[in-house]
Design a binder for this molecule. Structure first.
Ligand SMILES: Cc1cc2nc3c(=O)[nH]c(=O)nc-3n(C[C@H](O)[C@H](O)[C@H](O)COP(=O)(O)OP(=O)(O)OC[C@H]3O[C@@H](n4cnc5c(N)ncnc54)[C@H](O)[C@@H]3O)c2cc1C
Length: 450
């Protein structure tokens, strides 16, 4: 006979762990199911920037306070202790594929001279954060089951049954689906059929030593392209929090059968114009990711299931958005249980919060437009990026990240029309296409879990 819980939480990433901690501390009976053998064993690529410090994001202005060693979320109204390692970074430098030109986003030297006040944000240890959330959840009496791969969900009146591949069954008055970007729960609920599928992203990352970077305390972003498909191959190098001389080196982009991102990353290190940045490369740890790009879920609460974090969003809620939504989902369940309103109406506070802070505050199509703006091919990207010579203001907000670059390029339309009418025509054509048409190439080579 399955044991019954107030809430069964699927997935122990930042969203699920935060939900478990809060629901446990609020006195609910909670089971947290995680398919990995160890919660803090991070295998999925993540840049672990504290995202973001430079403005409102998901309606929040989160930041790291290095004096109190706390991550602070003043709008949502909570903070978390963090005594793990971290590194500041001060600018974002975007390089053309030939390494001949760099767009400076944020003034590295001036920002660095200000210390923490001038930084863009910090990179931190996600492992440390997850471990500390897990310890809090366990202290609060949460039953944590690792090696529990959820394969089925049976929704019914009054209770939901969650079933694992290992043959275990858990009953919950409510379920919180925090199972990440490729959520099985949203698929089992039939929600993906009501979402637009835009394609699949994938990538590889290394924690590495033996680098010699011109700007080590910045995000270094060579904008490469795959030789035959001309798909953008994004390289991202940033300071790793784990050791003084260590960096996180990432390579990824849209999924395409012809592209092997590990081979592209190895090529960048060994053969590209950037190879001088890697004089004695040593790989300490490898990670990877594959993620489907969907429009946000049409409803964030469905049949007593609350969807938190990446599971209901477009690409990424970031660890910060994931934790905020986990906290809000757990508090909504707490209210429902206290009031005895054990159905979707009892957790309406979560739907309302999510609509306001996610769906209504962030337009996912803006994010996707930025993603497609890199898909112009190597020749056009090199020409266009070389037009940008001024230092641009920086934002880490992925919804506006490249806005200043695009604006600086479009300030040169007269020149582009004169010098490169072919590129001018291409930009005009792209501008007149719908988002779905622009994403069509990505969508065709993706693999939806509808
Ligand atoms: C390349 C890259 C760079 C990124 N950089 C940043 C960054 O700099 N800063 C930032 O804040 N965010 C970043 N992110 C995004 C961030 O990693 C996610 O937004 C965040 O981890 C989402 O948290 P989550 O709890 O919703 O999902 P996840 O962290 O994905 O956690 C989901 C959990 O559910 C488990 N699970 C999945 N399916 C099942 C199942 N069927 N049964 C049981 N368990 C299951 C998984 O094993 C996992 O532990 C990045 C992501 C990528 C891919």
């Amino acid at each position: 006979m399955a044991r019954s819980y107030d809430v069964v939480i699927v997935g122990a990433g930042p969203a699920g762990l935060m939900a478990a901690r809060v629901a446990g501390e609020n006195g609910l009976a909670v089971a947290l199911l995680e398919r990995k053998g160890a919660v803090a064993d991070i295998r999925r690529s993540c840049a672990t920037m504290f995202a973001i410090e430079d403005g409102y994001y998901f309606g929040e202005r989160m930041y790291f306070n290095e004096d109190t060693r706390r991550f602070i979320f003043p709008v949502t109204g909570f903070s978390l202790p963090y005594d793990g390692p971290y590194k500041n970074f001060y600018a974002w430098h975007l390089y053309t594929a030939d390494a001949g030109h760099m767009i400076r986003i944020g003034n590295y030297e001036a920002n660095r001279a200000q210390g923490p006040q001038g930084r863009l944000s910090v990179t931190y240890s996600k492992q440390h954060l997850l471990q500390s959330l897990l310890a809090d959840a366990e202290r609060a009496g949460v039953r944590v089951c690792t090696g529990a791969n959820v394969v089925d969900l049976r929704t019914g009146s009054g209770t939901n049954r969650v079933i694992t591949a290992e043959g275990q069954s858990f009953e919950g008055t409510f379920v919180i689906a925090a199972d990440g970007i490729n959520s099985r729960i949203t698929r089992l609920l039939g929600l993906n059929r009501r979402r637009t599928f835009y394609g699949t992203l994938q990538g590889m990352s290394y924690y590495m030593t033996g680098l010699d970077l011109p700007f080590p305390e910045a995000i270094n972003y060579p904008m490469l392209f795959h030789k035959t498909t001309q798909y953008p191959v994004m390289i991202w190098i940033e300071p790793s929090p784990y050791a003084e001389d260590e960096f996180w080196v990432y390579c990824g982009g849209p999924s395409h059968p012809a592209i092997d991102y590990q081979a592209e990353l190895d090529r960048c290190i060994a053969e590209s114009p950037f190879k001088k940045w890697f004089p004695k490369p040593v790989i300490r740890k490898r990670q990877a990711h594959v993620g489907n790009i969907w429009s946000p879920v049409p409803a964030v609460v469905s049949r007593n299931v609350l969807i938190a974090g990446d599971a209901g969003w477009t690409v990424e809620a970031e660890c910060t958005g994931a934790m905020m939504s986990g906290l809000k989902a757990a508090n909504a369940v707490t209210e429902a249980v206290r009031d005895g309103r054990l159905d979707d109406t009892g957790v309406q506070s979560y739907s309302a919060w999510w609509r306001r802070h996610f769906a209504d505050s962030m337009d996912h199509t803006e994010f996707l437009r930025i993603l497609t703006s890199a898909a112009v091919g190597e020749d056009a990207a090199a020409y266009l990026n070389k037009l940008v010579t001024e230092t641009l203001p920086c934002s880490l907000n992925p919804y506006t990240l490249l806005e200043s670059v695009n604006a600086a390029i479009m300030g040169n339309t007269g020149r582009i029309q004169k010098e490169r009418p072919d590129i001018f025509r291409m930009l005009q054509q792209a501008g007149s296409l719908s988002l779905s048409a622009q994403m069509k190439r990505f969508t065709l080579s993706g693999f939806p879990n509808a």
